[in-house]
Design a protein. Structure first.
Length: 364
């Protein structure tokens, strides 16, 4: 059966379309939580009202087998022709394509076919932080006529399920675990320490507000970069939580000292993957590093809480403290996928101007 690709705005999608999208997100072979429909809808309303995402779907008959979200971009110093960009905003730490297991090659082929035969804009897509070793990504770059111009490469701290089922907490480096036990004892001097994991109906508005308050209490609040400091970002998060809670997709992890929550992290659960999102802690307990302790406590609970979990993705930089806790690395690549002689010449010709483009904010 032949494949069909469609580009549609969010406002024309039916409830059936949204349900199919959510089911694809849950069963996708590639875990990209920022492409969950609940995440995209909340972000489109509050974070990118002037640059709405366009949904690219790949269907076989009545079955949705692949999907991503794109934004229209004008020619700039980064890509000097009209083009698409994977949907991006300040809280999307990864892009990619959702696809059913076993469908990577066909989904990649459908996207490449559309790029080769489409408009001038269709012939270039800018991607940011794509899992560089993903099955679909490899298939897409290998399609006939496709060229890839890489602009960034990083190594993200992650934890993959160990083939011998070694517990997650046991894989933390010895020196790091020793330091964390010392900080835990310091925190225990101020009260009994416990962990609370909130998922499903327990990940409610009260947990969301505790999380926002703690994120705002530290350096992000001082710099005005916390979600609570921005009306739009606050509204985005408070809409996101109930959208994801219905399917168990939002997870709050809290460390308590006595009855007081001293650290909170928000995490996105999708398929067989868990991704970190935001963290916050009480600066009054800074000597005990409660944020770091909170992540360590989460690692200790992973195997019990989600026995089938295949991946915990920190969504953090390689220099983050998460690099001390998570032993594995996920290569993340950014760049321009393009096709056709004109685009190849245009993209290559702008290489020397790329530093200037970054300084001017044309990072695409």
């Amino acid at each position: 059966m032949s494949l069909r690709t469609r580009l549609r705005s969010l406002d024309v999608l039916s409830n059936d379309d949204l349900r199919a999208w959510e089911e694809l997100a849950k069963s996708s072979a590639a875990s990209v939580p920022f492409l969950h429909p609940g995440f995209v809808l909340a972000a489109a309303r509050w974070l990118t009202p002037g640059a709405p995402p366009i949904v690219l779907s790949i269907e076989r008959g009545d079955t949705l087998i692949g999907l991503t979200c794109l934004q229209r971009r004008a020619a700039n110093l980064f890509v000097p022709v009209p083009h698409w960009r994977a949907y991006r905003h300040q809280h999307a730490f990864q892009s990619g394509v959702l696809h059913l297991p076993g469908e990577a090659a066909d989904v990649a082929g459908a996207i490449a076919s559309r790029m080769r035969g489409g408009t001038l804009r269709d012939r270039a897509i800018v991607w940011h932080n794509v899992a560089g070793d993903g099955e679909l990504w490899s298939a897409l770059r290998d399609q006939a006529g496709m060229a890839w111009t890489q602009t960034a490469l990083s190594q993200r701290p992650v934890l993959r399920r160990h083939p011998d089922d070694v517990p997650a907490a046991a894989r933390v480096r010895t020196a790091t675990a020793k330091d964390l036990r010392r900080r835990l004892r310091r925190l225990q001097e101020r009260g009994d320490v416990s962990l609370r994991i909130l998922q499903g109906v327990d990940a409610d508005a009260a947990a969301a507000m505790r999380h926002l308050t703690l994120e705002d209490a530290g350096w992000k609040g001082e710099r005005g970069s916390s979600m609570l400091a921005s009306e739009g970002e606050r509204a985005f998060f408070l809409e996101l939580v109930p959208r994801l809670t219905r399917s168990g997709g939002m997870v709050f992890v809290e460390t308590l000292c006595g009855d007081q929550v001293v650290a909170s992290s928000s995490n996105l659960y999708l398929g067989n993957g868990l991704s970190g999102f935001k963290t916050g802690w009480d600066p009054g307990f800074a000597a005990s590093s409660p944020g770091k302790l909170n992540e360590w406590h989460l690692l200790q609970a992973l195997d019990r809480q989600w026995p089938d979990l295949a991946l915990f993705d920190s969504q953090a930089h390689a220099t983050s403290y998460m690099a001390e806790l998570l032993p594995d690395r996920q290569p993340m690549v950014s760049g321009i996928l393009h096709t056709g002689r004109m685009h190849r010449i245009a993209v290559a010709g702008m290489r020397a101007l790329r530093p200037l483009a970054y300084r001017l904010g044309h990072d695409d």
